[in-house]
Design a protein around this ligand. Structure first.
Ligand SMILES: Nc1ncnc2c1ncn2[C@@H]1O[C@H](COP(=O)(O)OP(=O)(O)OP(=O)(O)O)[C@@H](O)[C@H]1O
Ligand SMILES: [Mg+2]
Length: 509
């Protein structure tokens, strides 16, 4: 509800915090603005683009600007500004009555946060042209659709937006009866994760894309699709369109994500991020790290992660080099230096988008051109970042029939190298984030690829799908299918799956 007299808004005073005014003046000079309302509008707009509502500013002792100057006159879009602010308040506090005072507070807080975000953008960009480019192409890039759109038309609140009811994916037709076989991805009592297996050319990728496209159509959730081994999906424009996704070919295009975001929040956060990085590095390397090297990496990086934001791989390289220079008694350079140096030949990440910004969009990431260790490191770090991001989210709501709202899908094609490396990133995705509305799709040739993973990993596969394969009755297939069907005789386009405890033969295409 709002109770706003726009005439009063034009005459009212708006302000921000003293600190934001001081920072704003610096930006004002760098950007060559001629009036303070210009920087204020830029800041408010920047902050309105963030997914959450800003914290309350510490004070309201900054510069004061009258409403008619801050928003312009009605022809210049003043009503639009007020509309955007009212909508934003409404979105985050649906029950609040919005009066002039509430609007003034919202302006104060957005203005203050916006200045701080612009300052960070400026630091990342480094010069005026890059700053403008960053704001236009990244910060202002509009989502392809409203976030978390669902088939039903409830858009009253954030809660409703996420409630998509039962999401039934059409797997194909029963091979014998011709009946359409649906699988409800977000039902109660099983996991929303899919494992697709089968020999080369049997239809794994095609099936995965079919299901992802359906999921996207039904729910509008962001999809993070990772092609681990090939660049096969890199130019599938129809697919990108259907998923609302952008392509990134790594390493020629770095992943635009602040991969270590949040590490400065506390000493614990810095330690956790450092340990996760060390584990990912260790698992990414063919020969791993020695205990001594692990300790050195930890010591070298903990202060960096504790103090610095927007950390790049280059900053990591420098911190490790410095640590070894200070510490090394012998003159022989440690292998870690060479490894990091090698990995930094490629820019795998650029800290342009926050995790919330990055993971609320759809992406098709292909790693065909990346050397094995860089590829593994990039994917492991990406999973680490996603795990941290998901931990910050509230539980995904359930409807009255216990259908958990789907929030995001992660799909990994050619998952074998990740399963082999036994990094716990993929396993964490599968085991820990169901309550956050995550669903995981994995495609891998042989059921054996899942062998050696923990049992509770298997239990987290809600839907096993197996196309033709010569792998016979491995423990994995037994575990997933609870029987010994003949997978070797499956015809092209036909798979076996298990729905509500019964094995079904499905003609997928
Ligand atoms: N949309 C489509 N329409 C018709 N045929 C398709 C389509 N997509 C893929 N195919 C064909 O279906 C077969 C299975 O392809 P798919 O890429 O899904 O196999 P795969 O199991 O992922 O193999 P690999 O292990 O080599 O990645 C291939 O012969 C492919 O050419
Ligand atoms: Mg494939």
């Amino acid at each position: 509800m709002s109770d706003i007299d726009t005439t009063k808004v034009w005459l009212a005073n708006f302000t921000t915090s003293a600190e934001a005014t001081k920072q704003g003046k610096e930006l004002f000079n760098w950007l060559g603005f001629s009036a303070h309302y210009q920087i204020a509008r830029l800041a408010i707009g920047r902050s309105l683009g963030e997914p959450n509502f800003p914290e309350t500013a510490p004070d309201a002792k900054g510069i004061t600007i009258k409403g008619n100057l801050l928003f312009g006159d009605e022809q210049q879009g003043a009503l639009l500004w007020v509309g955007l602010l009212v909508e934003n308040i409404n979105q985050h506090s649906p029950n609040k009555t919005i009066n002039l005072e509430v609007l003034q507070h919202a302006v104060r807080d957005h203005w203050r946060r916006g200045i701080s975000l612009l300052q960070q953008d400026w630091d990342i960009a480094g010069d005026y042209n890059k700053f403008v480019e960053l704001l236009i192409t990244r910060r202002a890039s509009l989502p392809n659709e409203g976030d978390y759109l669902t088939t039903n038309d409830k858009k009253k609140s954030q809660h409703d937006k996420l409630s998509s009811g039962a999401v039934a994916l059409n797997l194909g037709q029963d091979k014998d009866s011709g009946e359409v076989i649906n699988w409800v991805i977000n039902g109660q009592g099983y996991s929303p994760n899919v494992a697709i297996m089968g020999q080369s050319g049997s239809g794994k990728t095609r099936m995965m894309l079919k299901l992802l496209t359906e999921l996207r159509e039904l729910t509008g959730v962001p999809v993070l699709l990772i092609d681990v081994q090939k660049d096969e999906l890199a130019e599938r424009y129809g697919l990108a369109n259907a998923l609302g996704a952008k392509f990134l070919k790594i390493p020629s295009q770095p992943i635009p994500l602040d991969i270590f975001a949040g590490s400065t929040a506390s000493a614990d956060a810095a330690r956790d991020v450092t340990i996760a990085f060390r584990e990912s590095l260790d698992k990414a390397l063919a020969k791993g790290l020695t205990d001594n090297q692990k300790m050195n990496v930890l010591e070298a990086l903990k202060p960096l992660f504790a103090k610095r934001k927007n950390i790049t791989m280059l900053a990591i390289q420098q911190a490790i080099e410095r640590h070894y220079e200070d510490d090394n008694k012998s003159n022989k350079p440690d292998r870690v230096i060479a490894i990091i140096h090698e990995l930094c030949q490629y820019t795998l990440f650029e800290p342009t988008l926050s995790p919330a910004e990055f993971f609320s969009q759809s992406w098709i990431l292909t790693f065909g051109g990346a050397p094995t260790e860089s590829r593994r490191l990039a994917i492991f770090l990406l999973f680490d970042a996603l795990h941290r991001y998901l931990q910050t989210l509230p539980e995904s709501p359930m409807d009255e029939n216990n259908h958990r709202a789907v929030r995001m899908a992660v799909a990994v094609d050619e998952a074998r190298p990740l399963l082999d490396a036994k990094h716990d990133g993929l396993s964490k995705m599968v085991r820990l984030h169901r309550s956050h509305g995550l669903t995981v799709f994995m495609a891998s040739q042989s059921p054996d690829d899942y062998a050696g993973q923990s049992d509770d990993y298997m239990e987290q596969i809600g839907l096993p799908i197996c196309f033709k394969t010569n792998a016979t009755s491995t423990a994995v297939l037994n575990n997933m299918f609870k029987a010994k069907p003949n997978f070797a005789s499956l015809e092209s386009g036909t798979c076996l799956t298990v729905i509500e405890n019964s094995t079904r033969k499905v003609r997928a295409f």
